[in-house]
Design a protein around this ligand. Structure first.
Ligand code: ADP
Length: 279
């Protein structure tokens, strides 16, 4: 567990809709984050992440979504409160040891490496040989629909394909938790919808837990089974609610009344969080 200097050690509140018996992956308890320039990025943020959830972290720019995601990944320290990763191996610094995949807004691929070389990177850093890693790299590339692209270079790929490589690189270590920070914001709408469907398929077939940062009401309502709406200045949770549907989330769902209602509900919460600002 990582604790702020004056932090408490209490576990966070459980998610409203998840089985209480399963051990959480992450428990953030009244976490605050103040940057060295005095910016209060988060204040009193509590959130418990349970296995199998698809959480959408939604909120206006600057409300602390990326900061929260980095803290969950163990990439950023906290100023107050406590964070714990009860289902992960914890290293000597009190942080989760691997097992968490991170996908950024930019694919951040190495242009001089092939697709294979880029996906191999996290395993190479763990000291795994190319030969030992090959099976996992194949599986990761297959899971994002790129099994025939081992030898391609990033410059030969479309924006959507580069993002798929970036997702494969995050999956190759077989993480329990996948963190995605506005991964499709720079893509055109059709590619974005296709990738949304592919991420949903991945989630369904692997059982991986996903936290997906977005500022799109439509994307969050399509993907998530739990929505956490954040409020800015300082960043904190405004609303945290389940989003269930009896329908398959597919092209038909996109034009269904149920999806329209889900969007209206999420949009209403976001408007509340923004206190009437445009979004
Ligand atoms: P979001 O992802 O919701 O857009 P961020 O987590 O990126 O929000 O930022 C939250 C607040 O923290 C913003 O005011 C931002 O300017 C500030 N911030 C983010 N990173 C830093 C940093 N490294 N140093 C100082 N301020 C930062």
């Amino acid at each position: 567990m990582a604790l702020a200097e004056q932090g408490s050690t209490h576990a966070g509140a459980p998610a409203a809709h998840s089985p209480r018996s399963s051990r959480p992956l992450v428990a953030m308890d009244t976490v605050s984050k103040v940057f060295s320039n005095g910016t209060v990025a988060l204040s009193g943020m509590s959130m418990t992440v349970r296995p199998g959830e698809f959480i959408s972290l939604l909120g206006p720019s600057g409300c602390g979504k990326s900061t929260a995601l980095r803290i969950i990944a163990g990439l950023g320290g906290i100023s107050e409160g406590a964070i714990d990763w009860p289902s992960f191996r914890i290293n000597a610094r009190g942080l989760p040891d691997g097992d968490i995949g991170f996908v950024f807004q930019e694919p951040t691929l190495m242009p001089w490496q092939t697709v294979f070389g880029n996906v191999y990177l996290p395993l190479r850093l763990k000291g795994m040989s190319k030969k030992a890693a090959a099976g996992r790299i194949d599986a990761a590339l297959e899971s994002v629909g790129l099994k025939d692209f081992h030898k391609a270079y990033p410059r030969e790929l479309s924006g959507g394909m580069k993002m798929r490589v970036s997702i494969a690189r995050a999956l190759v270590t077989e993480p329990k938790l996948l963190l995605m920070d506005e991964p499709f914001a720079a893509l055109d709408e059709i590619t974005r919808q296709k990738l949304n469907d592919d991420v949903l398929d991945l989630w369904k077939t692997t059982g991986i837990t996903v936290i997906f940062v977005t500022h799109s009401v439509y994307e969050s309502a399509y993907l998530a089974n739990r929505i956490v709406v954040m409020k800015a200045r300082p960043g904190r949770v405004h609303a945290d609610f389940p989003l269930h549907t009896s329908l398959e989330r597919d092209a038909e769902y996109r034009v269904s009344e149920e999806y329209r209602q889900a969007c209206a509900e999420v949009s209403g919460m976001l408007s509340e969080a923004m206190g009437g600002e445009e979004h």
